[in-house]
Design a protein around this ligand. Sequence first.
Ligand code: NAD
Ligand code: ZN
Length: 362
Amino acid sequence: MSKQITVHYDNQPIYDITIEKDYSNLDTVIKKQVTAERKVCIVTDSSVAKHYLEDVTEISKDCVSKVTSFVFPAGEESKNLNVVEDLYEHLIKEKFDRKDILLALGGGVVGDLTGFAAATYLRGIKVIQLPTTLLAMVDSSVGGKTGVDFRGYKNMVGAFHQPSAVYMNLSTLNTLTDRQYYSGFGEIVKHGLIRETNYYSYIENHLDELNKRNLDILEEVVAGSCNIKRLVVENDPTEKGERALLNFGHTLGHAIEKLMDFKLLHGECVSLGMVAAGYISMKRNMISQKEYQSMIEMLKTLNLPIDISGLNIEQIIETSKSDKKMDAGKIKFILLDKPGNAVILKNVTDDEMKEALSEFVK
Ligand code: NAD
Ligand code: ZN
């Protein structure tokens, strides 16, 4: 039993997200995008390659005339233009043209970098996203945002380029480290909080199974999250308005991520950012104390951090102001109107942020 979600833009279907527990239908998905005489380049990183490159290569070989792979060292440090250039060179040498296709096999780093190369190589070729981290499954593989870091500035260069398909094999989650696995829940909890109380309750009721990486429950959760992300990006494909709701927990979360020099994982920083944004929402009487506490409990159960030491509060606030989430000098802050509904506000004050941060920055 698999799940399929179709992403639309302007009421037209653009691509399908297929959620499976193995790669048994990947051939069908590839064949839908390219004819048998075309070429496939599998782009992946050194860690993911060890686990899944062989399988995906074998399946691709049954679909097209030639399969090549481009493997780069795992880690955010690789998400830069130099690696993109190496990939362009590989594609040129292998004579890839606009009718061939890239497969992005990996986490968000592989997805962002491959998506950006696909957006720009020959002014755009197709890419199929094959996310292998929980974060990539519920977040980065959906929505068409691609990009790389530039001279230390995160995601500074990029493009919107929709994938032709997204295919997730949930069993790949079994080889993730605990930290990487739980980090994905930062975004999952966020999706529930900003959009869907039923989804949030479902997670709350299945924490045991999720801790055991039960694939049936994960299938429901990944599909639920993809659906929420789909709804938000369909309404706002190029991030002009509503899509900013996805930044719940990210205003201060990103600042913490930067100040910690990326020693904390993204989802872990989002967790801390949500604690702050949740606290401000509670102080403004937008959510109750009980609702705030239940969010904290859920984050704790999912092994996500709810406090941090060694950071300076003033510095976190300053850093959040140098982020991209500014609009005409005002910081855009996402708060919870109630659980299941988020709002974009520009009137959150430094004092409110200070008070929220002093609750958990030790
Ligand atoms: P990642 O891609 O670096 O993967 C984390 C680590 O896990 C890597 O070492 C990787 O090799 C390894 N790995 C991946 N899949 C594995 C598996 N199945 N088994 C074992 N190891 C595996 O990190 P990530 O957390 O997936 O993604 C983070 C990136 O995503 C950041 O660069 C961030 O900017 C980007 N991102 C993009 C969007 C978007 O909308 N485009 C959204 C959120 C995050
Ligand atoms: Zn995020």
